[in-house]
Design a protein around this ligand. Structure first.
Ligand code: RTP
Ligand code: MG
Length: 148
């Protein structure tokens, strides 16, 4: 089953949007398999955003993501990488469609609430960067016994 790395960025945590965001992915039908509130070190931020190293906004991006805690998650489900990106909306919240996370809650490009892996390769790389093997679980839902 496909997995993706999603992260509520510092602005989303500060604005108390963690529950709302988790809820959207739960209700969609995806399964949460790993999660933690954590501080991103400068080293981790630079690795995570390595593809943007030469961009003019790189410094600002690293400062922002290390400024206060993030809520890092691993989600599992069919086509979860692409579907989560659709649910997040386009990078710039000003252009993101209503009904998406960025479209509903964001205003600025540099504070766009959530990160999501953009490909299977990124997902694999980012999950390994943020989670140790025993922090991302594999489990079945006991649908007919106690989940209702
Ligand atoms: P993310 O990686 O955070 O999920 O966002 P994304 O794929 O939609 O966008 P990406 O191109 O990977 O850019 C990473 C983050 O950098 C900031 N950004 N600022 N000032 C700018 O022109 C600019 N472009 C990108 C955004 O916060 C974006 O989420
Ligand atoms: Mg990206």
């Amino acid at each position: 089953m496909e997995r993706t790395f999603l992260m509520v960025k510092p602005d989303g945590v500060q604005r108390n949007l963690v529950g709302e965001i988790v809820s959207r992915f739960e209700r969609k039908g995806f399964q949460l398999v790993g999660a933690k509130l954590m501080h991103v070190s400068r080293e981790l931020a630079e690795q995570h955003y390595a593809e943007h190293k030469e961009r003019p906004f790189f410094g600002e991006l690293v400062s922002f993501i290390t400024s206060s805690p993030v809520f890092a998650m691993v989600w599992e489900g069919e086509d979860v990488i692409a579907t989560a990106r659709k649910m997040m909306g386009t990078t710039n919240p000003a252009e993101a469609a209503p009904g998406t996370i960025r479209g509903d809650y964001g205003v600025e490009m540099s504070r766009n609430i959530i990160h999501g892996s953009d490909s299977p390769e990124s997902a694999k790389r980012e999950i390994a960067l943020f989670f140790s093997e025993d922090e991302a679980l594999t489990y079945d839902k006991a649908v007919n016994q106690w989940v209702y």
